[in-house]
Each structure stands twice: as C-alpha cells, then as structure tokens.
Design a protein around this ligand. Structure first.
Ligand SMILES: Nc1nc2c(ncn2[C@@H]2O[C@H](COP(=O)(O)OP(=O)(O)OP(=O)(O)O)[C@@H](O)[C@H]2O)c(=O)[nH]1
Ligand SMILES: [Mg+2]
Length: 338
C-alpha cells in the first residue's frame, strides 16, 4: 500500500532521577554524599532514506517513545544515557508541527537525520549540591521530561523530472523504457495508482531521477480522478515532461491535451505550468501520430520548448535521455546565471 501522509506522536525519554546517598563504610565516619546522576532520556530521531518509498509503517504505528534514562545510584554510579530510537522515512518527507502548523524540517536528502523529540536530561545527584557550608546535602533532582510533540508527515517526492500526462498517454511505458523501474502498464486509464521514481543511468554513471504519477484529467486540480492527490509529487521536480498520446487513442487530440494539462497544473499551483519543460510526443509508431505532430509543432511555433518524438511502447526513445539530461542540468545551473 502507498501512504504519503501520516500523523504520529513522538516523545523523548525522561531523564533519570538523580540519587541522594552517602558513603557508608566501616571505619569511615561521615562519608560524603555519593548519589549518582540520572541518565539522559533517549532521543527520537528521523532518518530519511531512499530505502523507504512510503509512510505506510507510520500509519499502523502512531506512537514513538524513546526509553527513559535510568536513575543514578549510590557509590557515585551515574545512569547511562538511554538509547535513541530511529524512525525511517522516505526522502522528501516534510515534517510539520501539528500544534503550530509550522514546518519543522524538510527531510530532503538521503541519510539526513533530525532529532524530532529530545530526551530529558538526567537529574543531578546530591554531591552536586555540596557547598562549603553544606557538605552533606540531601537534595537531588528528578530527571527532565522528554520533549513530546504531535507531528504531521507528508511525502512530496523529489525527482529531477516529473512525468505529466493524461491516463494512458504512456507515462509508465516511458519510465520502463528509460529506467530499470517497473511500473505497471495497461491499456486502461488509471493504471498507475501511486507515484513511482525511476533512475536513468548514463554510460558515464551520471544519474537523473524521474517520477511517474497517476494520469491527470480535466478537473484534476479540483480532485477529479486521481490526479490532485498526487500533484504534490511533481511540485518539487526541476523539470516537467509532458507525455502526449500523439495518436489520440482515447479520442482526444494532443494539442488539446497539452492545453488542458497546463491549465490543471496552473490551477493546482501558480507557476507550475511555466516551469521548464519538454514535450514527449509518444506513440509515434501509430499512423495518426505524424499529422498530429505537425499540428502540435505549429501550435507551439512561438514557444521555446523541445518536442521529442518517441514510441516508448516499442522502445524507440530517440534522444530523449540526452534531452532530459541537458534540460535538468541547464535548470540546475540556472540559479547561478544572474
Ligand atoms: N502503440 C503504442 N502504444 C503505447 C505506446 N506507449 C504506451 N502504449 C500503450 O498505451 C497504454 C497505456 O500505457 P501506460 O504506460 O500504462 O500509460 P500511463 O500514461 O502510465 O497511464 P496511467 O497510469 O493510467 O495514467 C498501454 O496499453 C501501452 O502499451 C507507444 O509508444 N505506442
Ligand atoms: Mg501509468
């Protein structure tokens, strides 16, 4: 099952109690204070990893409490720090504080860690309260409470390229053709039910990531079809690739498809439709496609946008990999081109 949002409660362990004790030994009268400090409570740590794809585990287990620190003991025995607990989450998970609505952290990199709930400090034992005038203090501290908070986690996929298209346009077929990812392909709409990220590898070991999301239809921004819930997974891609069915197999035409896709993206999020993009003209192996390609080129004559004709279904992807790579690189450089 794919789950891209979850609410959980995290709590750091309490600090252990500081101890109040005095040294008692034969022939040693009035031994001084020797109560140990309590151990610190464990932290709850978030760990982002590409090894996780979904937040499904967090849906079943909603409470994460780190162990408390043990109390101090006599003979100056301090409590050991309690172990931390780690929650593994997919890269791209954004963490929000439920109480304030504020974003706490964006777990946007592989292997990133973040202490989401700190354990309490252990209390001090009675030797710490000794002074020149009070050499036998009877005071000691309780441990501090561990930090507790309710957090909301939302996965927003981070990939270099986001594939956008109508259902059946061939997005998943395309991802299979360019990467080792194996999304399901079938001749009916809404085959893809959740996002999947594939990796394109180049002969020089360069890699770019491509996110396939469920198909969009008119009204997607208003939650028609499956599209809306998944648009957030392309919000953060550097470039978009519009995948068009050039043969109009489902009785639409690619020029209208592109228009509608752009409208849906813009309605969902301002500026999304003008993000750097390329157009993948798919299904060029079918007879109707050639004429439609000419119409599309005419329609886009005034725009600077690259159109790459392919037939992903028969593994003909032309120079698509190279075009994607160049466009992604161009985009990554862009912030520095003042
Ligand atoms: N003739 C031809 N058929 C293709 C081509 N690419 C994909 N198809 C077919 O189009 C249908 C839909 O392909 P998918 O890859 O599942 O389409 P999708 O865009 O991922 O669809 P959803 O996941 O439903 O949004 C399948 O039957 C594919 O075999 C192509 O280049 N030529
Ligand atoms: Mg698909």
């Amino acid at each position: 099952m794919f789950v891209d949002r979850a609410t959980i409660v995290v709590k750091g362990g309490n600090g252990g109690k500081g101890c109040c004790s005095f040294r008692r030994e034969k022939y040693v009268p009035n031994g001084g204070p020797d109560g140990g400090d309590g151990g610190d409570g464990g932290n709850v740590i978030l760990f982002a990893t590409t090894g996780e794809q979904s937040l499904v585990d967090l849906m079943y287990n909603r409470h994460y409490a780190a162990p408390s620190g043990p109390g101090g003991k006599g003979k100056d025995m301090h409590g050991r720090k309690a172990p931390d607990i780690t929650i593994r989450i997919p890269v791209g998970t954004v963490i929000t504080d439920r109480a304030t609505g504020e974003v706490i952290v964006d777990m946007d990199e592989d292997n990133k860690t973040f202490v989401i709930a700190k354990g309490g400090k252990g209390g001090r034992g009675n030797p710490r309260f000794a002074t020149n005038t009070n050499r036998a203090p009877r005071e000691s501290e309780p441990g501090e409470e561990g930090e507790a908070r309710e957090i909301y986690l939302e996965l927003k996929t981070i990939a270099d390229v986001g594939l956008v298209g109508y259902p059946n346009a061939g997005k998943s077929t395309l991802l299979r053709a360019v990467s080792a990812a194996r999304p399901k392909v079938a001749p009916y709409p809404f085959t893809t039910l959740h996002p999947m990220v594939g990796v394109i590898e180049y002969p020089d070991f360069h890699r770019i990531t491509v996110a396939d999301i469920p198909g969009l239809i008119e009204g997607a921004h208003a939650n028609v079809g499956l599209g809306h819930a998944f648009l957030k997974h392309i919000e953060r891609t550097s470039i978009l690739a519009y995948v068009l069915d050039m043969a109009g197999v489902d009785g639409r035409n690619p020029v209208d498809d592109l228009k509608h896709l752009r409208i849906e993206l813009e309605l969902y999020m301002k500026g999304l439709s003008t993000r750097p993009a390329i157009i993948v003209a798919n299904k060029m192996d079918l007879p109707e496609s050639a004429a439609n390609l000419e119409l599309l080129k005419k329609e886009l004559a005034s725009e600077v946008i690259e159109i790459v004709p392919v037939a992903a279904g028969v593994d003909e992807i032309g120079n698509l990999k190279q075009v994607l790579r160049n466009k992604v690189q161009e985009q990554k450089r862009a912030p520095f081109d003042f």
